[in-house]
Design a protein around this ligand. Structure first.
Ligand SMILES: Cc1ncc(COP(=O)(O)O)c(C=O)c1O
Length: 455
């Protein structure tokens, strides 16, 4: 275990139980974590419980949570309406899952179609990863081409096809992003069949699209990079125009932005309608979920009603007649119930305005505190998610967090953990309906103590 004593000194003092759990976990779980994103040096905090905006770790330390399970918990921890909805689903059905179609998935699909302008039909999955993977399969199968275009720095889940140029790094001598592998074990096929676009740089994006449009089966992007780098609306509009002109399905990965930038996600916020949309995170109300919605013409290619697929017994079907999509737990009733309860709360008038106001208040307050203490830093984001960039020299603004002063940011993040603000170091801040004005004011007091420590 790497322990940088200076940086982590108090953290280690306060978190002996987390450390013990981590040491135990490491023996039976690679790296002690079940998802690599949950790891940080010297070891991740092991949480014991959560309520509203707060988490308590196994040492009894209390935190105001700004990670919120990577943005998934839009209503905070343990919201009573979600608990009630899940209990009611169990009471009504007498089981967690029937393994058949059921009313909750129909109601949820109808709800999504009514909220998301880009959705005529919907299928459910168990994660955001599965949703983007299925969206890409639908798009490329419908278009009959395998090459995809994605943006440098955009994350769509942990599988081979999209683990290309997730780390925003090198560009060539003409400023075009490099096509790089982001995982061990990635076949060269994926790099060879991926066109990497520079987000928000239409000139270079257009040049790459013109050069490659004949082989493209899909263009996929996070409308807001990493959830906090907003798009230039013109970039989205031009991308939409180009892909429409050449008949290439445009996929918005709204796993982060769905139900975060309002009820209709980024497509509602920026008024640009994709052919396919991937959702996840908030949609599950704290349970594992994903969904793909889109134009009927594309979605219908996975329907087994006209032509049999490999699992349709007794029908004359050929494996290649249908785009195969299945999953034991797809549309799980408890998940649908939790998601519907979440949406009902979010539909109440003024909810988004309130959370966005608190996010704005927090951002303003943090910037004012940093300025007052002479520590360079600014926030970046839209809606209920933002991040803090600490530039190496004052006045410099970059859209690439990696170009900031990572050491300073890390020192601040550990100081914040010590003060009781939970954030995975270097990660973004997400707010929820549980982050009331009182909670945000308390956060600013703790934030100032953290800033004083790193001055
Ligand atoms: C934009 C985006 N797409 C896809 C995913 C993958 O979702 P999951 O972690 O549920 O598989 C994530 C997860 O953070 C994401 O942020």
């Amino acid at each position: 275990m790497k322990v940088k004593a200076d940086l982590h000194h108090r953290f280690i003092e306060k978190t002996a139980a987390s450390r013990q759990w981590f040491e135990r976990a490491q023996k039976v779980i690679p790296g002690g974590v079940t998802a690599n994103i949950k790891y940080f040096d010297p070891y991740p905090l092991v949480m014991a419980s959560g309520s509203g905006a707060r988490l308590i770790d196994t040492d009894g330390n209390r935190y105001i949570d700004y990670n919120l399970c990577y943005g998934a918990l839009m209503l905070g921890h343990g919201h009573p309406v979600i608990q009630k909805a899940v209990n009611e689903q169990w009471d009504q059905m007498g089981t967690t899952v029937t393994g058949t179609p059921h009313y909750l998935e129909v109601e949820m699909a109808e709800k999504l179609v009514s909220l998301y302008p880009g959705m005529d039909q919907v299928r459910f999955t168990n994660s955001g990863l599965e949703a983007t993977m299925f969206a890409l399969r639908l798009a490329t199968a419908w278009r009959g081409r395998n090459t995809i275009a994605k943006c440098s720095g955009h994350y769509h889940g942990g599988y081979d096809q999209v683990l290309v140029s997730v780390q925003q790094g090198e560009v060539d001598e003409n400023g075009f992003p490099a096509v790089t592998a982001d995982s061990k074990g990635l076949s060269a096929y994926w790099r060879e069949n991926t066109v990497v676009l520079p987000f928000n740089d239409w000139e270079r994006t257009e040049a790459l699209l013109i050069r490659n449009h004949e082989r493209l089966g899909a263009v996929i992007l996070e409308p807001v990079q990493s959830g906090f780098l907003p798009p230039e609306r013109d970039y989205l509009l031009r991308l939409r125009e180009f892909t429409t002109l050449y008949g290439i399905p445009l996929i918005f990965d709204e796993v982060k932005t769905g139900f975060r930038l309002g009820l209709s996600g980024a497509q509602g916020r920026y008024g640009v309608i994709p052919d396919l949309t991937a959702l996840g995170k908030v949609l599950g109300g704290g349970f594992p979920v994903g969904a793909v919605g889109g134009r009927q013409e594309i979605m219908e290619i996975c329907s087994p009603t006209e032509k049999g697929d490999i699992l349709t017994l007794g029908r004359s079907g050929h494996g290649e007649d249908v785009l195969f999509h299945s999953g034991t737990y797809n549309g799980h009733p408890s998940v649908m119930a939790a998601g519907m309860a979440t949406i009902r709360v979010l539909e109440e008038p003024g909810v988004y305005e309130r959370v966005e106001q608190e996010a704005f208040f927090l951002r303003q307050g943090m910037e004012e505190i940093l300025d007052r203490h002479g520590v360079p830093g600014y926030t970046m984001g839209d809606g209920t998610i933002f991040n803090l960039v600490m530039p190496t020299d004052k006045g410099y603004r970059s859209t690439n967090l990696l170009q900031g002063d990572k050491t300073l940011r890390q020192r601040l993040d550990f100081a914040l953990l010590e003060e009781g603000i939970y954030l995975k170091p270097m990660s973004r801040f997400s707010l929820s309906t549980a982050h009331t004005h009182e909670v945000v004011k308390e956060t600013l007091t703790l934030f100032e103590e953290g800033v004083k420590k790193i001055k």
